[in-house]
Every structure is written in structure tokens, then in C-alpha cells.
Design a protein around this ligand. Structure first.
Ligand code: PMV
Length: 331
């Protein structure tokens, strides 16, 4: 039996603009995770047990575009193995459509667990072969371990099914499990967090498919390119300043940058009354800044808190209707 997990993530700055080649900053959130367990079978089948969806089904029966079946097939193809003789159980504590990267976390956990399972199987086979006159030249079973980049690339293929035109930020931050400064198509840039800071993550309880928000922004951009390009440029400027502030330990500058990013997200049309209510509750209770995180229209709101304001902001968010609040420290 082989087990692997993958964390959630939040986007601190730059969502939506990142789809249009501007930078964004994202960090992993370890308080929530997806977990995949792979177990050997001997009946030839591949069986998927999606615990949260309360569904057990054979890979051969999966519907077209099923994300779990897709990541299993892609991972096996990447390792040149026929998918057979194993079951995959998947469980996640990430809300679906909540802006915490649930789809990417599920894909990364499965690719990791399956990659490990197949290479362990591989090692066993090699051991047996060795006992019976191992011939390295005929060894078709020598396989590579998947790197974080491989796993990110596999998960990106599945993200395309969910989102249409994903930037790739979710699979990157979740596969690498570190804060990233991300620009589409570029190698990932990690950066130094000079002084830890604390973020409260409040769930509006509204599942909002990222694909719809991203599609609406695309239509608005097509209808009014000049306006949207300049809104994305403004967001990019905020993201660059935020990176500098984080690297220089100027955490007190992040609040205003979050507030300004939220104004721009509202202008591009991805905020909602529930998001605005939580943003207002957080800032009124003393958060230095707050904004939506991810696709918007629902999902999560993030707020910059400190040791003094944390409890008060958390209570205010719950009172304003947040379904749950996670507090995480970025370091
Ligand atoms: O809703 P999430 O957590 O999947 O984040 C989406 C972020 C966007 O920038 C809106 C889309 C993307 O592909 O980057």
C-alpha cells in the first residue's frame, strides 16, 4: 500500500491577471490536503474509490474527462506502464470549487502515490529478476521516479479539463509545496519570506467554478481589451511590490496591496456580495487588508492578521457568514 498527500493553496496576489501572462504569488496551505492511497490487486482491474463523492468504479467505466481517471492514465503513460492491478482511494479535506486548489491537489496526490507505488513495484520486480540472473540490458522495468516538475506537468493536463485555459499556478504551487512567484510559461521562481506573516482564510461556502469566472473575464477582455489590459497591468504592479515587501520583511505594506488588489478584482467583475461582506467584516475587525483568493464569485476570502487581531477577525468572519476559517502562517 502506498500513500501520498498534497496540500491546498491560496493565491495571495495576481489571480486572473496571471491567465494573461502577468505574475502571481501563491503559497501552499498545509491545514487542508488531498490524500491518495494505492493498493495492489490481482484481478487485472484498476478500481477508483472516490470517498468524498461516495463512488467506487472501474477505470474502464469512467466517463469521458473524469479527472481521477485522467490523472491515473496520464501517470501510467508517463511511466510507460499499462494501468492494471491496482486500486486508488482518494480523500480530500479541500472544499470543491473553493479556490483552494482542490482539483490540482487531488491530481498531485494521485500522481505522487501512483508514481511511488509503480517504482516500488518496479524495484520488487528488479529484485526478483536479479535473483534469476538479472540482465540489465533486457530490463524494461527500470523506471524513473517522477520529479515535482513531472507531477506538476501531469496535474496541469487535468487542470486544462477543469478550467479550459488555466495559468498552471495551482499545480505548480501544490506540486512544489513552497511559496512561488509564478508567470505562465516561465520556470518557477521561489522567493524568501523575510518575516513570517499570518493569513486568515474564510470560506464563503459558495462553490464557484473557476472555469465560469475565467470564461466571463475572457469575454469581457475580448469586448474591452484596452481597459482589461490596463487592469491586469495594475494587478501585476501590485504583485511585484508584494514580492519585494515579502522579501524585505515589510509585512505592514501587504495590507494596502491586498486592499488595492481587491478593488481591481471587483473592477474586472469577479467579486460578489458574499465576498464583499467578508472583506468588510475582516477589515472592520482589524485585518490590515483582505481580498478574494482564486477564481472569485464565491470561494475564499483571505485577510492579513497578526497576533493581536487574529481571534477578533476570525470571530467577525464567522459572524458575517463564513462557513469556516483557517489560519495559516506563511514562512
Ligand atoms: O479558483 P482557483 O483556486 O483554481 O484559482 C484560479 C486562479 C485563476 O487565476 C483565476 C485562474 C488560473 O488558471 O490561474
Amino acid at each position: 500500500m502506498t500513500n501520498a498527500t498534497a496540500p491546498g493553496k491560496i493565491i495571495l496576489f495576481g489571480e486572473h491577471a496571471v491567465v494573461y501572462d502577468r505574475p502571481a504569488i501563491a503559497v501552499p496551505v498545509f491545514q487542508v490536503h488531498a490524500e491518495a492511497t494505492v493498493q495492489a490487486r490481482d484481478d487485472g482491474k484498476v478500481v477508483i474509490d472516490a470517498i468524498d463523492l461516495k463512488r467506487t468504479y472501474a477505470l474502464s467505466e469512467a466517463r469521458e474527462g473524469d479527472p481521477i481517471a485522467t490523472i491515473i492514465r496520464l501517470t501510467c503513460a508517463r511511466l510507460s506502464v499499462e494501468p492494471e492491478n491496482f486500486s486508488v482511494r482518494i480523500h480530500s479535506t479541500l472544499p470543491i470549487g473553493g479556490g483552494l486548489g482542490s482539483g490540482a491537489a487531488v491530481s498531485v496526490a494521485i500522481a505522487r502515490a501512483l508514481g511511488k507505488f509503480l517504482s516500488e513495484l518496479d524495484a520488487d520486480k528488479r529484485g526478483q529478476t536479479r535473483k534469476n540472473d538479472f540482465n540489465p540490458r533486457s530490463s524494461a522495468v527500470l523506471r524513473v521516479q517522477l520529479s515535482s516538475q513531472d507531477i506538476s506537468d501531469l496535474a496541469y493536463e487535468v487542470e486544462k479539463l477543469h478550467h479550459g485555459t488555466p495559468s498552471g499556478i495551482d499545480n505548480t504551487v501544490i506540486a512544489f509545496e513552497q511559496p512561488v512567484y509564478f508567470t505562465k510559461g516561465n520556470p518557477i521562481e521561489s522567493f524568501r519570506v523575510a518575516q513570517p506573516f499570518t493569513i486568515a482564510i474564510a470560506d464563503t461556502g459558495i462553490a464557484a467554478p473557476t472555469k465560469i469566472a475565467v470564461g466571463d473575464v475572457r469575454r469581457a477582455w475580448e469586448a474591452n481589451r484596452a481597459t482589461y489590459e490596463s487592469l491586469f497591468d495594475e494587478i501585476a504592479e501590485i504583485t511585484r511590490k508584494a514580492r519585494k515587501a515579502i522579501e524585505n520583511g515589510e509585512v505592514n505594506r501587504l495590507g494596502a496591496l491586498m486592499r488595492n488588489n481587491q478593488i481591481l478584482l471587483r473592477q474586472i467583475g469577479v467579486s460578489s456580495s458574499d465576498i464583499e461582506r467578508l472583506v468588510l467584516a475582516a477589515t472592520t475587525a482589524g485585518a490590515r487588508g483582505a481580498k478574494l483568493s482564486g477564481g472569485g464569485r464565491g470561494g475564499n476570502v483571505i485577510a492579513l492578521v497578526d497576533g493581536v487581531t487574529q481571534d477578533r477577525v476570525q470571530r467577525a468572519l464567522l459572524k458575517a457568514g463564513a462557513k469556516r476559517v483557517i489560519v495559516t502562517t506563511i514562512s
